[in-house]
Design a protein around this ligand. Structure first.
Ligand code: DGI
Ligand code: FE
Ligand code: FE
Length: 190
């Protein structure tokens, strides 16, 4: 059984809309399940899942205030990709305002959107839980859910291919960390 985290849940309720709060609970549950199945730290996975989208509903100026407050530099690509802001501001918020001092959890939140090369196990669990949580409803979600119970690498490859194709279709820039993760998994025998 994982901790209840009543205080964090109250903070999330105040910061997120109803759908996003529900998503956070679902990702926490799914991260816990995957951690248990594949042998990661279930408590850390649950907490990372719970908090991963904490700044997702914040307006632009709040993200940028957080960057400024904690001396976070961002690249031009990041500045122009609103979907990437919450991973950066969320990790800063959890570290500096909630004062969670577990570097693995902070890093997992930081890279949960793009992933990166040489992804630590906890980030992989969170990254995939974000795709397969109970609230998710996108084309291919059934494929992803089946894959994730068969092979983490297979699901990870599928998720990165899906993301890169989706960004290409929407004419959005692919972040260098996403490119690194994609190229790495492409070169791996699965
Ligand atoms: O916050 P969630 O919706 O739960 O999920 P997420 O944090 O994985 O965000 C998904 C969004 O992020 C989706 O619209 C695609 C976008 N995204 C992921 N990687 C990249 C990206 N956007 C850009 N521009 N570049 C990326 O590399
Ligand atoms: Fe997110
Ligand atoms: Fe999410």
């Amino acid at each position: 059984m994982h901790g209840e985290y009543k205080e964090y849940k109250q903070i999330l309720k105040n910061m997120l809309n109803e759908d996003r709060y529900y998503h956070s609970l679902c990702v926490a549950d799914e991260a816990y399940r995957l951690a248990q199945k594949y042998g990661a730290d279930t408590e850390k996975a649950y907490l990372a899942g719970l908090l991963h989208d904490i700044t997702k509903n914040a307006p632009k100026d709040v993200h940028f205030d957080i960057f400024k407050m904690f001396g976070q530099e961002i690249t031009e690509l990041e500045e122009n990709a609103p979907k990437l802001w919450h991973a950066i501001s969320g990790s800063l918020y959890v570290k500096n305002i909630l004062r969670i001092d577990d570097p693995e959890i902070i890093e997992a939140i930081r890279y949960h959107t793009t992933s990166k090369r040489n992804i630590p196990f906890l980030i992989l669990i969170l990254y995939l839980a974000d795709f397969t949580s109970a609230d998710r409803d996108y084309d291919d979600v059934d494929v992803m859910r089946k894959l994730v119970d068969v092979s983490l690498d297979g699901a990870y490859k599928y998720a990165l291919e899906y993301t890169v194709k989706d960004l290409e279709q929407r004419n959005l820039p692919v972040h260098p960390d996403t490119v690194d993760a994609y190229n790495e998994i492409k070169n791996k025998e699965i």
